[in-house]
Design a protein around this ligand. Structure first.
Ligand SMILES: [Cu+2]
Length: 377
């Protein structure tokens, strides 16, 4: 065994160690499942712990309550469409890269693509091309009639092992960071919206706003063109979401596996029957963002587009209140507080009536029973 062999062995061990490190450093959230045995309280506590750990402080709940006197909700027109693919004729460079991004994760991923991956790929391709041309020119039979019998060169063997390891480590750092960001736990008060995939349309369930579901179907060509929107992306009812607020976006497959994907928001999550997947998304700008089902799900798989309309929290709350059974979170909290106060008052009544009964008042006893019954309901 010569020196080169020994070094190679040691370095492959190092590469394996690095891979093992990368795997253990990967966020556990990437493999997390929703634990159905966990009670809602425990889940909430876990979320709060996570929030404390990340030091984030969002409060969607504190937003101003929109009353019925607010302006009615007006859907955005086609001028608000954002993050669409670019045609080659319009901008050759832009047409070859990702759609413009409107989330922090999207910005990070785009940065990694443009400033880490593309330079590395271009550099390696150029070096390999240069080596090939050099060998073809210098070592062709006419220029080099007596071939060398050299079979080992320790220096270049060490180099071609060490350099790729360094390149992989350089790529691994932003790559694992991006993975971790994509699986960040939403804060406890993130707004939960559940996207249900059906054959072949989407339903958006507003879990934290009264639990209503909006069914979203593709518009036909004439309707889409009428609305000034792209055919096969335009829908009748968009998924309205608040902008700048963390959303706990859950996906679920009602029949087969679908996949909820919006390229310009750097979001894709499978919608699987019998299991809820979830990921956090925070949209940076108001606008209309298009996506599609991204898992072959049957005959009309290509005709179940996604259209997200990101609005200010006030507009979102106004829209929520216009839906059947829709309530803002402030309204839900106020109702819960009022109910709790009522229960407290009833319990107090029961207590005072009981005291009266003890004092020998027979009508008080009946009153106590009635008040107690009220308190328990
Ligand atoms: Cu589908």
């Amino acid at each position: 065994m010569n020196f080169g062999d020994i070094v190679r062995k040691k370095l492959s061990l190092l590469a394996m160690l690095l891979a093992a490190f990368a795997f253990t450093a990967m966020p556990q959230g990437a493999m997390a499942q929703i634990d159905e045995n966990l009670s809602p309280v425990e889940t909430n506590e876990a979320a709060q712990d996570a929030q404390a750990a990340t030091g984030q402080d969002f409060s969607a709940v504190d937003a101003p309550v929109v009353t019925d006197t607010a302006a009615p909700f007006e859907p955005f027109g086609p001028d608000m469409i954002k993050g669409q693919p670019t045609a080659f004729e319009d901008d050759a460079i832009q047409s070859m890269t990702f759609q413009p991004q409107y989330t922090e994760n999207g910005d990070y991923a785009l940065w990694m693509h443009d400033y880490v991956l593309i330079p590395v790929i271009t550099g390696i391709s150029l070096i390999v091309l240069f080596l090939l041309l050099w060998v073809i020119a210098k070592y062709r039979r006419r220029a080099n009639p007596v071939p060398s019998k050299t079979s080992h060169n320790t220096l270049i063997e060490v180099l071609w092992t060490v350099v790729p390891v360094i390149i992989l480590v350089v790529i691994a750092v932003p790559s694992i960071t991006l993975l971790a960001r994509q699986y960040e736990t939403p804060p406890a008060d993130a707004i939960t919206i559940k996207a249900n995939g059906y054959q072949w349309y989407w339903g958006y369930e507003y879990v934290d706003n009264g639990g209503f579901e909006v069914i979203s179907n593709m518009l036909d060509e004439a309707e889409a063109l009428d609305a000034g929107e792209p055919h096969q992306l335009a829908v009748d009812n968009r998924m309205v979401v608040p902008v700048g607020v963390p959303i706990r976006l859950q996906t679920y497959g009602a029949d087969v596996i679908h996949s909820f994907g919006i390229p310009s928001l750097w979001f894709k999550l499978d919608a699987v029957p019998g299991r809820i997947n979830e990921k956090m998304i925070t949209i940076k700008e108001e606008g209309i963002y298009y996506g599609q089902c991204m898992e072959l799900c049957g005959a009309r798989h290509g005709y179940m587009p996604i259209a997200i309309e990101a609005r200010s929290l006030e507009d979102y709350n106004a829209w929520v209140q216009a839906q059947p059974g829709g309530q803002t979170r402030a309204q839900i909290q106020a109702a819960a507080a009022a109910e709790a106060a009522q229960a407290d008052a009833a319990a107090e009544d029961a207590e005072s009536a009981e005291d009266a009964a003890e004092a020998g008042d027979t009508t008080g006893e009946a009153e106590a029973d009635a008040a107690e019954a009220e308190a328990t309901t």
